[in-house]
Design a protein around this ligand. Structure first.
Ligand code: IMP
Ligand code: MG
Length: 171
């Protein structure tokens, strides 16, 4: 495995993103982060610690990849949110935007719940793989079309625990 983004570089970028998000919302207003399980869990954990006490959070779980490096294009809801979104400033927190299908699905279903604002933060983006245009306001790193693991991202459920982001062998 080759390290693409070492842990310290990821942490530095997330501190910048946290500060940028804080600046973009009116002072004192609550920001509700919706983490996408499982891939987004580590990004979520570090992003909320880079932000102030006005943050609340929840998790949603969807499945789009079936134990392979190819997207089936099909998105299934595995776990819904615990609380409603009406009138809230909501930010979807996701590990990576690849084809864009998962985020398009998530944005559509969350927008239907009438949040006051809805934005998206992705740690990684692979623009060359996009199948649908999807709006992502906060992007950590833009990367090439390589399958990456670590820092929440898996291959067949492995490597999520790595602190670095690495390119899988053979890619
Ligand atoms: P999309 O629907 O094609 O944009 O795919 C988004 C989901 O695919 C992400 O939430 C990841 O779970 C998974 N994914 C896409 N690219 C990678 C990768 O390089 N490594 C690990 N998972 C990936
Ligand atoms: Mg994911």
């Amino acid at each position: 495995m080759n390290v693409l983004l070492p842990a310290d570089q990821i942490q530095a970028r997330i501190r910048e993103l946290g500060a940028e998000i804080e600046r973009d919302y009116p002072a004192g207003e609550e920001i509700h982060l919706v983490g996408v399980l499982k891939g987004g869990f580590m990004f979520m954990a570090d992003l909320v610690r880079a932000m102030s006490a006005r943050v609340t959070l929840d998790f949603i779980a969807v499945s789009s990849y079936q134990r392979s490096t190819r997207s089936s294009g099909e998105v299934r809801m595995l776990k819904d949110l615990d609380s409603g979104l009406e009138g809230r400033h909501v930010i979807i927190v996701e590990d990576i935007v690849d084809t864009g299908l998962t985020l398009t699905y998530l944005q559509d279903i969350l927008r239907a719940r009438s949040p006051r604002t809805l934005r998206t933060a992705c740690l990684l983006s692979k623009p060359s793989r996009r199948q649908v245009e999807v709006r992502v306001e906060y992007i950590g790193f833009t990367i090439e079309d390589k399958f990456v693991v670590g820092y929440g991202l898996d291959y067949a459920e492995k490597y999520r625990n790595l602190a670095d982001i690495a390119v899988l062998d053979g890619e």
